[in-house]
Design a protein around this ligand. Structure first.
Ligand code: GLU
Length: 475
């Protein structure tokens, strides 16, 4: 059966050597969407073969990040773990390498590191490419020197070419003479990355390998392993890089390289996914695309070949869109830790309730949850309200007199609603022949400590009569 007619199986295969990079999250998203679109399975494989660099903390960060983004995986039951560990398959990797020796597709190489260094030095001196020269390719087992543990090398084809029909990059070819006999199994019995990936993808019945284009050159060697084993070659789709706003490869230098950084800055997971979706994939001019639409529309033919630039402003506007749509209680819960940090204490249940009620006024003005929190902190100062300079300046003796009059009127209002407070302010302004702003601005300064705030009559209603009067009187 060719890979085209099998049920779709994708996999996301991060190496747990650090955080979950925002670029890797795009790969994870594309794998997930492709599997969902085709009613297939999306698998997670943790590539923890490099024991020196893999850490359990990194595994946790990756699992956490994927869960936060809502990119679930369909293989969750491995000896009590929720992910497939590449390291755990090491015996299988070794078996396959030995099977390849038995089939004449690979061979033991006893060259010592010193010998190989000398070989490379000589190649360098002669101006030749530095490649393993196949010195053990044809030697009989009887030549094996005692006391040296051999590596296993692929007996790679020496003539012709290896072609990859990449679903994104198109047809890519390399001359086989360019590729040397790579190591499959090291002398200590551990598999190389190149070998482990192929064995795992085969064993996991992966039909579509979707990954970053930094792996494109590895693909030729991996295809040679599939062919040596007589295994079906999966479809490859290599995704163009994500560049920073300056056109250089997206990295730490651009800030926020990790998925966790976005969570910490107050982006919503659905906004991150929507934004990442549009990096190298398009559906007409659509920018705001729901998860359901993405599943319906996503396919490999929508992926372009050119790298995408990360645009923080655009991410901000996508996030703003999703914040506007989000449920108020959810936003309040997300904003609470930010506010608690600013106040140095958590919010009470009643304050959480207030925050949720304030959300209608806060969310149209925010790009991130951090913005919401910045705007909302003033609601929760129960002592003296910090005043910014502009607010301070606004509170002239005249303005304070207006506030004192207004305090008396607000005390008497039947209903302390935004509408009632507004009407009272309007009536007062009219009576005194002043502009509404001459009443509303001092009120804003007194209630929020600033000259910018959510609509101020709403603020008064949300704070409630007692707190409003307390602030007005102490301004
Ligand atoms: N473990 C590799 C990485 O994190 C991915 C390998 C693959 O997708 O084939 O870059």
């Amino acid at each position: 059966m060719s890979s085209a007619s099998k049920p779709v199986v994708t996999r996301f295969a991060p190496s747990p050597t650090g955080f979950l990079h925002i670029g890797s999250a795009r790969t994870a998203l594309f794998c997930w969407l492709f599997a969902k679109h085709h009613g297939g399975k999306n698998l997670l494989r943790i590539e923890d073969t490099d024991r020196a660099r893999s850490t359990p903390e990194s595994i946790d960060t990756i699992l956490d990040g994927l869960t936060w983004l809502g990119l679930d995986w369909d293989n969750k039951d491995y000896n009590g773990r929720s992910y497939y560990s590449q390291y755990e398959q090491r015996d299988r990797h070794a078996d396959v390498a030995r099977q390849m020796v038995a089939n004449g597709k690979a061979y033991y190489c006893y060259a010592t590191p010193e010998e190989l260094d000398a070989m490379r030095a000589e190649q360098k001196e002669k101006g030749l490419p530095q490649r393993y020269d196949g010195r053990w390719r044809a030697r009989p087992a009887s030549d094996a020197p005692a006391g040296i543990k051999p590596v296993i090398r692929l007996k790679a084809p020496q003539d012709g070419e290896t072609t990859v029909h990449d679903a994104v990059m198109g047809r890519v070819t390399v001359q086989n003479s360019q590729l040397d006999d790579m190591i499959l199994l090291r002398s200590d019995g551990t598999p190389t990355y190149m070998h482990a990936v192929v064995v795992d993808d085969h064993d996991m019945e992966v039909t579509h390998v979707i990954r970053g284009d930094d792996h494109l050159t590895n693909t030729f060697r991996q295809v040679q392993i599939y062919k040596a084993m007589g295994w079906d070659v999966p479809t490859f789709a290599h995704l163009p890089m994500i560049l920073g706003p300056d056109g250089a490869k997206l990295s730490k230098r651009h800030g926020a390289p990790a998925v966790g950084d976005y969570r910490d800055r107050g982006y919503l997971p659905e906004a991150i996914c929507n934004y990442l979706l549009r990096l190298c994939w398009s559906h007409g001019d659509d920018e705001i695309i729901s998860r359901e639409q993405a599943v319906e529309w996503f396919d490999l033919d929508g992926i372009g070949k050119s790298p995408a630039r990360f645009d923080f402003a655009k991410l901000g506007s996508v996030n703003a869109h999703y914040i506007k749509q989000a449920d108020d209680a959810r936003l309040a819960k997300l904003a609470e830790p930010f506010i608690a940090r600013a106040l140095g204490r958590p919010l009470t249940m009643a304050q959480m309730d207030l925050l949720a009620r304030a959300m209608t006024d806060l969310k149209p003005r925010a790009q991130t949850i951090a913005d919401i929190a910045d705007m909302a902190v003033f609601y929760f100062h129960d002592g003296a309200l910090p005043m910014d300079d502009k607010a301070q300046k606004l509170l002239t003796p005249d303005a304070k007199a207006i506030l004192a009059d207004m305090a008396a009127r607000m005390e008497k209002l039947d209903d302390f609603t935004a509408h009632a407070v507004e009407e009272a302010c309007r009536a007062y302004a009219e009576e005194k022949g002043i502009k509404l702003g001459a009443v509303a601005q001092p009120l804003r300064a007194a209630l929020s400590g600033s000259t910018v705030s959510p609509p101020i009559f709403g603020v008064a209603a949300i704070l409630g009569r007692d707190e409003t009067l307390r602030r007005v009187k102490s301004a």
